[in-house]
Design a protein around this ligand. Structure first.
Ligand code: HEC
Length: 106
């Protein structure tokens, strides 16, 4: 139950922000990225992009650098973050970036 509420509030927060700044196709990317994040990333990085008490970085505060994000996600990092290049398509990783960017800390 708590998880469902968290996912819903993440959805609402992302939707609210994107409505102010971008059009429908950006919203579709964010929504798709959000569901990929929930199934592939949240068990390590936390449902809200931060997982206190672990070695995962706060994804709301990573550099605003899509190239670096795509390459980290594809290749993994330091044998701690698994590589996703064989699992996720470029579009799926682009949508993950749209989602993570939409949740960036001001
Ligand atoms: C098995 C746990 C695990 C999973 C699953 C995982 N990560 Fe990570 N991720 C990590 C860890 C640990 C680090 C930190 C690695 C380091 O800095 O040594 C990391 C680092 C990162 C970074 C680097 C941030 C920076 O400093 O630039 C990004 C971006 C990232 N993860 C995104 C994702 C995305 C997107 C997914 C889902 C496709 C994902 N991670 C899935 C564990 C995970």
């Amino acid at each position: 139950m708590t998880a469902a509420v968290t996912v819903l509030s993440v959805a609402l927060a992302a939707a609210g922000r994107a409505d102010n700044t971008a059009g429908n196709s950006m919203q579709a990317q964010i929504d798709h990225g959000k569901s990929t994040y929930a199934s592939k990333c949240s068990h390590c990085h936390g449902p809200n992009l931060i997982n206190s008490g672990t070695i995962t970085p706060d994804l709301r505060a990573i550099p605003d650098d899509k190239t670096r994000f795509v390459s980290t996600v594809k290749n993994g990092k330091n044998n701690k973050m698994p590589p996703w290049g064989d699992i996720l398509s470029d579009d799926e990783i682009g949508n993950l970036w749209a989602f993570v960017s939409s949740r960036r800390k001001p």
